[in-house]
Write a new protein. Structure first.
Length: 160
């Protein structure tokens, strides 16, 4: 069953890149006591994710943060090296790039996408959410799991 508004973010450990290399980061570290905009993409460096989804958050990062958001985070079922390289390629300095390498966080949310037909295996559906102190306040899951309509930075800005 997929996570819904009013639900608490499940306990999980993701990875993020640091100058010392990949570092584990827990959902408590990300969400506890904070207002977070989290968005997910099916894959780093893929066309829709690189041409539309992440760039919207890069362009609107200051506007989102100005609305009282502590962290903007992007998660994908990729490794920390890929997420770091993609973030750098997209000038996403203000976005916390999170790797869910084994899709455990994505599965815990119930938002996995079977992209095997495209040679990708289990990935994340495309979504965005506003989370306050670990509780989902707004959740925008793309109806087909992959399109870019309801999970954009512009939609999130309107919800903040």
């Amino acid at each position: 069953m997929a996570i819904r508004e009013g639900d608490r973010i499940p306990q999980a450990t993701l990875r993020t890149m640091t100058p010392e290399g990949p570092k584990p980061i827990t959902t408590d570290e990300i969400f506890a006591g904070k207002k977070v905009v989290l968005f997910a993409v099916p894959g780093a460096f893929t066309p829709g994710c690189s041409q539309a989804h992440l760039p919207g958050y890069v362009v609107h990062a200051d506007d989102i943060l100005a609305k009282g958001v502590d962290t903007i985070a992007c998660v994908s079922v990729n490794d920390a090296w890929v997420m770091d390289a993609w973030g750098k390629a997209q000038n996403a300095e203000k976005i916390l790039m999170l790797a869910d390498g084994d899709a455990s966080f994505t599965r815990a949310l119930g938002l996995e996408l079977d992209a095997s037909a495209h040679g990708l295996g289990v990935r994340s559906k495309r979504y965005s959410m506003i989370v306050e102190d670990g509780v989902v306040k707004k959740l925008n899951v793309e109806p087909d799991g992959a399109g870019i309509q309801v999970s954009t930075a512009e939609v999130i800005l309107g919800q903040l």
